[in-house]
Design a protein. Structure first.
Length: 444
């Protein structure tokens, strides 16, 4: 699916960026937490797949909060002002009433909107939703005491870690070792807000306490929370379940805070809550070879060249990669920042494409690494999903600069092709069961 166009809604003199995906009904307004930038988020395959799944049973409306991302870089604003922003976005999108999906810090805003405008709120879905961030005597389930917050958010410390994607360790601990995702998170941070703007937003969020609002929520509500959530303690959700009338509460295993990372079980619950049907239509399944590539040392090169020269270089890189994919009948699935995901109907062609890409981009002074795996994938529109895709990404993460690394499955399938390999030994692939033997394609 191509990136949805960016639209703007006006609330007074503040202009708010939003997108829509899917047709509905119902309309579903996603109220994100923390940092957002609609264009950067769409470049993250996991996020795009999440939106596509939501769009299979709703019209999804996503937006950047005031002061963040592609919206006007105004002051952060109060909950009430941001609630008015949501109303303006719904008006601009032609939505009289919608389901609100509040995630993390977006939960309080969604609850306030539902209580204030019940006629415009069809239902409320809360995922990892906060009630109160500050840990106090009467609220022991916060994220930090005031002293801990001030120490962690000290501007010198914030500047030092901003843009490095370290938040992934708490937001999705199981994916903390995923260098690709960490780089994308770092890019999301710097293109969502400056460190000072991020501090202002964090201070505003830290002051929120919606315990007095929650009893006024009378909208059908689904509460979803992972029992070991590292960011928002599960007792937030349990308290909400006790205090929102007739709410449905589903407690799920795991410690991932973000719903669009490894959130298939969350999606099942949301789909059933909104449609009455738990399972989507069976996707088409095919055998395919997936190829992942990315530029080695991209952060350092970008810093060295500056934004404009780096963008020009990445565009030339993309042209060369696409030329080689076309030569070897590869199908481009995704371009996330400086990397590609493509599929092939034959593993030998995929290997030759990977080698060609490595050689082609050297003419630009760049080194890429590539990883391949063959397995059954699910086709969902222009997207592909399944364990084979995750495996391919993990294989790529072990590749060295200028190396095309493949799983044993790929190696075995090209026997007799004349392609030679060097054994790279057995590896554990994060999140994938068992030991995997990997092989580097020998350079001719």
């Amino acid at each position: 699916m191509t990136a949805p166009p960016i639209h703007y809604a006006a609330n007074g003199d503040i202009h708010l960026a939003y997108t829509t995906v899917g047709a509905g009904p119902p309309d579903l307004v996603v109220v994100h937490g923390a940092v957002t930038n609609l264009e950067v988020l769409w470049d993250i395959p996991e996020y795009r797949s999440y939106c596509e799944q939501l769009a299979s049973f709703s019209r999804v409306i996503c937006f950047d909060k005031r002061g963040m991302g592609l919206s006007d870089r105004a002051r952060v604003g109060t909950l009430e002002e941001r609630m008015d922003d949501m109303r303006a976005i719904m008006d601009a999108a032609g939505s009289d009433a919608a389901v609100l999906k509040g995630v993390s810090e977006g939960g309080p805003l969604s609850m306030l909107f539902a209580a204030t405008y019940p006629e415009r709120t069809q239902a409320l879905v809360l995922c990892g939703a906060e009630v109160k961030e500050e840990t106090t005597e009467d609220w022991p389930w916060g994220e930090a005491t005031r002293e801990e917050f001030e120490d962690y958010m000290a501007i010198d410390k914030l500047v030092e870690r901003w843009g490095k994607g370290g938040a992934l360790d708490a937001l999705a601990p199981a994916r903390g070792g995923d260098d690709r995702l960490r780089r994308l998170f770092g890019r999301l941070q710097v293109q969502s807000a400056s460190p000072h703007d991020a501090l202002a937003f964090s201070r505003m969020a830290f002051e929120i306490d919606v315990r007095h609002v929650v009893p006024a929520v009378n909208t059908p509500t689904l509460i979803l929370h992972r029992v070991d959530d590292r960011v928002c303690h599960v007792e937030n959700a349990r308290w909400l379940a006790r205090n929102i009338r007739d709410a449905k509460y589903v407690e799920l295993p795991g410690d991932t805070h973000i719903p669009w990372i490894d959130g298939e079980d969350l999606m099942d619950e949301i789909r059933e809550f909104l449609t009455g049907v738990r399972e989507p239509a069976d996707p088409e399944r095919v055998l395919a070879t997936v190829l992942f590539t990315d530029i080695v040392g991209s952060t350092e090169r970008a810093r060295e060249l500056g934004d404009r020269r780096w963008r020009d270089l990445v565009e030339r890189h993309h042209e060369l990669v696409r030329r080689d994919l076309e030569r070897f009948r590869g199908k481009e699935i995704d371009t996330a920042g400086d990397g590609f995901l493509a599929t092939f109907d034959g593993p030998a062609r995929a290997i030759r494409a990977g080698k060609a890409i490595v050689d082609s981009v050297r003419s630009l002074g760049l080194e890429v690494r590539a990883g391949l795996h063959t397995g059954e994938v699910e086709l969902a529109g222009d997207a592909v999903r399944g364990i084979a895709v995750h495996t391919g990404a993990r294989v790529a993460s072990h590749a060295e600069a200028g190396e095309v690394l493949v799983s044993q499955t790929v190696k075995d399938l090209v026997a007799g092709s004349g392609i030679e390999f060097d054994d790279r030994g057995a590896h554990e692939l994060k999140g994938i069961a068992g030991e995997w033997r990997l092989y580097a394609v020998r350079q001719s």
